[in-house]
Design a protein around this ligand. Structure first.
Ligand code: GLA
Length: 703
């Protein structure tokens, strides 16, 4: 019946126009916009409005000659598109699009909404966001407008509509990016607009103020509200003691919803005017906690931006700070791709940047290795930020594909040029019939993720050493070191697709999820849970029961308590006669007699108690890893035991080495500071590089 309903509109069009409208469906799953045989297209940002017009032709031609397939325009150019209210000027952008087309390059068009022109904010200062100190954020940089301002949204609608009407049918325009890294770069908005929308959000959620009082436990410290109008955005700067954790959790949820609604509103406007051949996305920072990509899954797909070498990450070994950590691009690939099944990289670091803690040079070869890591993660495209090094403005010391003279190719630009050539070679070798090799498929692993767990454990970390993403990435990196293809998934996904599912620090859950986990295991799945799992319900209330009671039966324990140590002390866990140090977090477990103890605490007053446990249930297993260590070795070895006991054949790759598979190509990458040998299968044909890799080198083969 449902089938018939779906068919009816098509049938009527068929009867009217005599055409049968079954073709590639360009919808949520986006895949129809890209061709597998292109493998991955490569692009670079260009800002025509930032350069004299006489440079454009030369620059765009050069971009095409260097091997780029597409460019990117418009992002911050609102003041150039609408220099005064209601006076639009698109002639310059028309010319830039034409130049791209003349040079056979596609264009990603971007809405300029992170940068309102000064005439707008001078006329309507109430569209500006307010920071936690109560100061109004001013014109002078970017992302100063509030997503919650109705007035700002009206102006956004105006400019986005104009752009969509002008370029929505332009064949050179490949797709659209909405805004840029919508995030407010770590700042929350405390403006009256945000305050009002937060109250509306709460009213929508709780309906009555009594329900809010109950859920937030406001009887504690007499916080009880009489009406929604009295509720303030929680702000530590104006409170004498710790804020209500339930208020913070709801505010973080609201903030992420607000970002998503600002982006999705723009998609709705675009879709009214643009052709079906153009896709719509936004670009998000991979590890950013305040914005939740999963809330934007109605976009055609979500892309990400990635900068790995900016003095924040020491990477692996002595030279790791010049390459970044393998989980940087890796996690972003595996996090963004499963959202709609498609992703791309909108910005990839071009070499040295200007905004880091310190800004080292990348090790020669690193940019090329990153591009191949992006390729390995299944991305449809990678865009380099940016083509020309800016001579003025806030990013003067930022590398581009060209040197500051605008003529010579920079060292990292050369690495792009090399990849562009190599990709041509891979396209020729591409075999459409290639299937994921069985050895890879057998170790498919899912990491279950819900931002609530991240927000809530970070609201109440209990120790200065707790960091949710660092905890999660220890498990992610361990699975990658076994050569496992990993998807980071949410609860809506079917777990049965994955032989192994890891749910790190899954603090917030309900009986229904525990039941799904139980069934998954009964039917043969291998479930791994870690520190803090199951302590609270979905609204972050502790259970009126034993601590973490809902998971007791599943993991096979009677009792759990946790301990935390000073940073200066280490305690030891023993597993298979090996010692592992911990001091971040420990769940101390008391087990049932059918539960196998893999590791125990060797000191403290709970010496001899279990730290890592495992049990068989139905056709599968459940393993619980109680401690969080600094180096992740215990977590890795326990996880290794899970795969081995399950009979899943794994690789045992040295730290920093990755082995991936995409579209019939094996890909080996070396993020370590030493030379490494990649386990390329004996009968494979090496297409690029060799299996002995120097740091930051790559090998690609085909079987
Ligand atoms: C980002 C932004 C870009 C640019 C680069 C600089 O992530 O999205 O606009 O500022 O950083 O590295």
């Amino acid at each position: 019946m449902k089938f018939l309903f779906n068919l009816l509109p098509r049938l009527s069009v068929f009867l009217l126009f005599g055409v049968w409208l079954i073709g590639p469906v360009k919808g949520q799953n986006g895949k129809a916009w890209f061709n597998d045989k292109d493998l991955m297209l490569v692009g670079s940002y260009y800002y025509p409005e930032q350069w004299p017009e006489q440079n454009w032709e030369r620059d765009i031609k050069k971009m095409a000659e260097l091997g780029f397939d597409f460019t990117h325009y418009g992002e911050f150019a609102w003041a150039a598109m609408e220099p005064e209210e209601g006076q639009y000027n698109f002639a310059w952008l028309d010319r830039a699009v034409e130049l791209a087309e003349m040079n056979n390059m596609k264009v990603i068009m971007c809405t300029p909404t992170p940068t309102p022109p000064v005439w707008l904010t001078s006329k309507h200062p109430d569209v500006l966001m307010v920071n936690e100190d109560g100061r109004t954020v001013q014109h002078g940089a970017r992302q100063q407008a509030s997503w919650s301002s109705e007035k700002y949204r009206q102006y956004v609608e105006g400019i986005v509509t104009k752009m969509a009407q002008r370029y929505g049918d332009n064949k050179a325009v490949w797709g659209w990016q909405i805004d840029n890294e919508p995030s407010h770069y770590g700042k929350f908005d405390y403006s009256d607009n945000a305050q009002e929308r937060f109250r509306e959000w709460l009213e929508e959620k709780y309906k009555t103020i009594d329900a809010l009082n109950k859920s937030w436990g406001t009887a504690f410290w007499s916080l009880t509200y009489n009406s929604f109008d009295q509720v303030q955005i929680p702000n530590g700067k104006v409170l004498v003691a710790q804020p209500n954790p339930h208020a913070i959790l709801d505010f973080k949820r609201f903030h992420a919803d607000e970002a998503a609604s600002f982006v999705l509103m723009q998609q709705e406007i675009l879709k009214k005017h643009i052709s079906e051949d153009q896709w719509v996305t936004t670009n998000l920072m991979a590890d950013y906690s305040m914005v939740d990509p999963l809330r934007m899954k109605e976009l055609d797909f979500v892309t990400y931006t990635k900068y790995l070498v900016a003095g924040f990450d020491m990477g692996i070994g002595e030279q790791g700070f010049r390459m970044g950590a393998p989980a940087g691009i890796g996690f972003a690939n595996d996090f963004f791709r499963p959202i709609t099944g498609v992703t791309g990289v909108m910005e990839l670091q071009p070499g040295q940047v200007n905004w880091g803690q310190y800004n080292p040079q990348t090790m020669p070869g690193t940019v090329r290795m990153w591009i191949y890591h992006v390729f390995a993660g299944g991305n449809e495209f990678v865009c380099n930020y940016r083509f020309r090094q800016p001579l003025t403005g806030g990013e003067q010391y930022h590398y581009g594909i060209l040197k500051p003279d605008g003529l010579e190719v920079s060292s990292s630009g050369e690495e792009y040029v090399q990849v562009a050539k190599e990709l041509d070679k891979l396209r020729k070798a591409y075999k459409p019939e290639a299937k994921l090799p069985p050895a890879f498929a057998a170790r498919r692993t899912a990491i279950l993720y819900n931002p609530d767990n991240r927000w809530e454990t970070e609201n109440q970390p209990q120790t200065n050493q707790w960091d949710f993403m660092t905890h999660l990435k220890k498990y992610y990196s361990a699975a990658k070191s076994f050569g496992a293809p990993v998807d980071v998934i949410t609860e809506v996904k079917d777990l049965a697709e994955y032989p192994v599912v890891i749910a790190p620090a899954y603090q917030l859950l309900d009986a229904e999820l525990v039941e799904r986990w139980r069934k998954y295991v009964e039917q043969g799945g291998h479930l791994v849970l870690s520190s803090r799992t199951g302590q609270k319900d979905r609204e972050a209330h502790l259970w009126e029961a034993r601590f973490a009671a809902p998971v007791h039966e599943l993991i096979g324990v009677k009792e759990i308590f946790y301990d935390l140590l000073p940073e200066s002390r280490e305690s030891i866990v023993s597993m298979d006669n090996q010692s592992y140090a911990w001091n971040n977090w420990a769940d101390i477990l008391e087990v049932n007699n059918k539960t196998e103890v893999w590791a125990t605490y060797t000191d403290q007053f709970y010496k001899g108690k279990p730290a890592v446990i495992s049990r068989k249930a139905g056709k599968g297993t459940v393993t619980y890893i109680g401690p969080d260590t600094d180096d992740g070795k215990l977590e890795r070895d326990a996880l290794k035991k899970v795969y081995q006991r399950a009979g899943i054949g794994i690789l045992d790759l040295p730290e920093g080495v990755l082995v991936e598979w995409r579209h019939g190509f094996g890909i080996g990458l070396n993020y370590s500071s030493q030379n490494q040998s990649i386990p390329v299968p004996a009968k494979a044909k090496v297409l690029i590089g060799r299996k002995e890799l120097k740091p930051a080198d790559v090998v690609i083969w085909q079987e």
